[in-house]
Design a protein around this ligand. Structure first.
Ligand code: PLP
Length: 235
């Protein structure tokens, strides 16, 4: 990888960290509480390796085959997150190859991920995906599907090899900051309600991308999924 690209990646990484620090100051939070998940779909291996060399260890992928090919070529201490839509027939490889799955949106996936998570592996970390704006082209539980969400939580509780860590969302793209914050606040509130109702300690709010990370952090996100702001445009 040429030096110019490395310099550009370092600059993006510094800008991202600065943005996080400034936003955390505003939110009276410690910036160390925010985990950067590098959303590396459709990014070349050289760029991913450079971001790794800057200290990032959490990477998120959307497409199974692409992810498996990359995983083979990258250091083994990377923590891999699946953040794409899950087809049921892919659950076995996902359960075997990832540390986290952010996009659990139906009961069948819970059964299949548990069935296929080997007993030699640590429990698979799970986030339930929430479709905040009721968008037809997105997956996830709707905010008003509380009975379905409750059933999913109770099912996960019965699986020793799954660990429910929190909620994930990808709200509609908007540059209206007020709207962004309203969307994220709804998911924050939902997680706290669910924790109370089920006596859980879900600790992860996976929300915020390059476009809206500041609003997400201000509304309680502690895991932000950043792609283009770090890597540049996807190929
Ligand atoms: C691609 C992707 C991201 C990153 O989006 P950017 O706008 O590139 O930061 C985050 N979350 C999910 C689920 C994605 O698919």
């Amino acid at each position: 990888m040429n030096n110019e690209l490395k310099t550009n990646l370092l600059a993006s990484f510094n800008t991202l960290n600065q943005t996080i620090a400034i936003t955390c100051d505003k939110a009276l939070k410690n910036k160390d509480q925010i985990l950067i998940l590098a959303a590396s779909k459709k990014q070349p291996i050289e760029k991913i390796k450079s971001i790794y060399d800057l200290g990032v260890r959490n990477f998120g992928e959307n497409y199974l085959q692409e992810a498996l090919e990359k995983k083979n070529k990258l250091p083994s201490d990377i923590i891999w997150h699946f953040i794409g839509h899950i087809q049921s027939n892919k659950t076995k490889l996902i359960a075997e190859s990832f540390d986290w799955v952010h996009t659990v949106d139906r009961l069948k996936l819970i059964e299949r991920l548990s069935l296929n998570r080997g007993s030699n592996l640590k429990p698979l970390n799970i986030c339930l995906e929430i479709n905040v704006n009721n968008e037809a082209n997105k997956s996830g539980f709707l905010l008003n599907q509380i009975p379905e969400i409750n059933t999913a939580i109770e099912l996960i509780k019965t699986k020793k090899n799954l660990k429910l860590r929190g909620l994930m969302c990808l709200p509609e793209l908007t540059n209206d900051l007020k709207k962004q914050r309203q969307n994220f606040a709804l998911v924050y509130q939902l997680m706290h309600q669910l924790n109370k109702a089920h006596q859980l300690t879900m600790d992860t709010l996976s929300m915020g991308t390059s476009n809206d990370l500041e609003s997400a952090i201000l509304e309680g996100a502690n895991l932000i999924r950043i792609g283009s702001m770090l890597f540049g445009p996807r190929i």
